[in-house]
Design a protein around this ligand. Structure first.
Ligand code: GLN
Length: 542
């Protein structure tokens, strides 16, 4: 297979078990190389059969991350965008389901001229085509490709085979394989074991792939002996074993990798001229965070409590905004279902909060609990940030309790409700960017001067990412404005309300879009920044 440009490829695989942080490892490698002025693009190969994670349960798969072009992707893309500070696209994520779907639809059209369709070469070729297309279209110097799952999983085989073939096609020094493994610690013998790593490298070797770097995840320290052992039995130089102890703050990962000399190994293997990575801004943030001694308490009202992955970007955006204001984030989970059932201890938790966040969500479970939380925030003037569903909740609460509109609801939760404050906008689905009825991806928004939103953004033209089916019902605009609603952002044609606020409240703002997707560790999102600022002010006044 031909490829025109000179992109270098870094494949990141995982061994021993899942959940080791391959995504963060890939993102950290990207951050390091980007800081050395290389152009970086990333691609996540997901071995599961779903077409995309759009319909997968957040319990199983964590949040669905949405890119500017409206692709519903894996949460690892969030890590990549945040760490590498780049905007990714539909080229950045493929699943086994997509690969099979595209090959099989061509088979139905007779494109294979009666040939037998096989995993090798047809599925593997399609994977390679996608990887090469991502390399060419993104015009990147280095393409980082994370292969999901663990080496040895049946689903992952075609991806590993495609990666092996790419190294043959492109040449040994065009491709680098970094393998992320686990060094378990055995308390009884006080030892960190390398055998699982050795065995997982053997699995890779069986598939014709020799790793060039081993990223050794551990809960303790990686000893010199362990490094030597891994080096000897896994066929890599000792300097190519990068210790990756668990860290408190994920921004430490790129800094630690570089301290262990990862860029030198990469440059040497890929025959790149050594441009020194500059991780000053990461170091600065880390030093700042280590000195923080104050905190702010934010309640996250949701139904997937204690599940950080389900609200990963929200949590990251909150943390970045807190760090900016020299605060630590004390996140309290509030179960909207318990709140709905008037659970005392859940209601009491509200009193401890300096700010409330109602994130995005689908389905009616826990909705009444979220409405109660919004009422509490409005009446007690506690800062509130509503993200997508959270903004719809805000409008419904105001409609019910201030405008006194009986039975106010969203079409999603009660299609027969008398006052549908939030509804499915007829005629809107045709021009939506992708199939289905969700409004997905980046849309422009005009921010009104003199509002809290304008104070945050300091500009009137913004673009933010959406992922929702329902919209505010403009028929209720006037009555809600009379009740104290401010429409502080809308679409350029003024048909879609995009940001709302509550009058005479220190900070109660909801956005129909998801600002969390565009927050970056070194550049926190303006809405999150001003929400945290308001929460801090509220805390100091309490
Ligand atoms: N369920 C709501 C809708 O579809 C909100 C979606 C979300 O919060 N992302 O409009």
């Amino acid at each position: 297979m031909e490829r025109q440009n000179k992109t270098k490829f870094i494949f990141v695989t995982g061994g021993v078990c899942s959940g080791l942080g391959k995504g963060i490892s890939s993102a950290s490698i990207g951050a390091i190389l980007k800081s050395a002025n290389y152009k970086i693009f990333t691609l996540k190969l997901d071995p599961y059969l779903n077409i995309d994670p759009g319909t997968m349960s957040p319990y199983q798969h964590g949040e669905v991350y949405v890119t500017d072009d409206g692709t519903e992707t894996d949460l690892d893309l969030g890590h990549y965008e945040r760490f590498i500070d780049t905007n990714l696209s539909k080229l950045s994520n493929i699943t086994t389901g997509q690969v099979y779907q595209s090959v099989l639809s061509e088979e139905r059209k007779g494109k294979f001229l009666g040939k037998t369709i096989q995993i090798i070469p047809h599925i593997t070729d399609r994977i390679k085509e996608h990887i090469y297309k991502a390399a060419i279209d993104s015009k990147t110097d280095i393409l980082i490709i994370e292969i999901g799952g663990t080496v040895g999983d049946i689903e992952g085989e075609p991806f590993l085979e495609a990666a092996r073939q790419i190294r043959i096609e492109q040449g040994y020094h065009q491709c680098l394989f970094a393998h992320v493994t686990l060094l378990p610690y055995i308390k009884a013998s006080n030892e960190t074991k390398t055998k699982p790593t050795q065995l997982s490298v053997k699995e890779l070797l069986k598939r014709g792939i020799t790793p060039d770097i081993i990223i050794a995840r551990t809960e303790t320290k990686v000893t010199k002996e362990a490094i030597e052992k891994i080096s000897m039995f896994c066929n890599v130089k000792p300097e190519a074993v990068i210790p990756a102890p668990t860290v408190k703050i994920i921004y430490e990962v790129p800094v630690n990798f570089e301290k262990s000399g990862i860029s030198k190994i990469i440059y040497k293997h890929l025959h790149l001229t050594h441009q020194k990575p500059n991780l000053n801004s990461w170091n600065k943030v880390l030093n700042k965070i280590k000195k923080i001694d104050k905190k702010v308490t934010i309640g996250l009202i949701g139904k997937y409590t204690e599940n950080i992955d389900a609200y990963l970007s929200v949590n990251e955006a909150l943390k970045s905004a807190c760090y900016h204001h020299n605060l630590n984030l004390n996140l309290i989970w509030i179960d909207s279902v318990k709140l709905e059932k008037n659970d005392r201890s859940e209601i009491n938790k509200l009193k401890k909060l300096d700010g409330l966040i109602v994130p995005g969500g689908f389905g009616s479970r826990g909705i009444e609990g979220k409405i109660k939380a919004a009422k509490y925030a409005r009446e007690n003037k506690v800062p509130y940030l509503g993200l997508c569903l959270g903004s719809q909740i805000m409008a419904i609460e105001l409609a019910r309790n201030v405008a006194k509109l009986k039975n106010a609801n969203s079409e999603e939760f009660d299609p027969k409700a008398k006052n549908l404050i939030v509804h499915f906008l007829p005629g809107q689905s045709e021009d939506r960017k992708k199939g289905g009825t969700l409004r997905l991806g980046a849309y422009p928004c005009i921010v009104k001067k003199g509002t809290k939103a304008y104070q945050a953004y300091q500009t009137n033209k913004i673009s933010e990412r959406h992922r929702h089916r329902y919209e505010f019902n403009n028929d209720y605009q006037e009555i809600l404005e009379k009740a104290g609603l401010i429409i502080s952002g809308d679409s350029p044609d003024h048909n879609l309300m995009e940001i709302i606020e509550i009058k005479n409240h220190p900070f109660m703002l909801g956005s129909q879009f998801h600002p969390e997707f565009k927050s970056r560790p070194l550049r926190a999102h303006p809405l999150f920044l001003n929400f945290i600022k308001a929460a801090d002010k509220y805390k100091n006044k309490k």
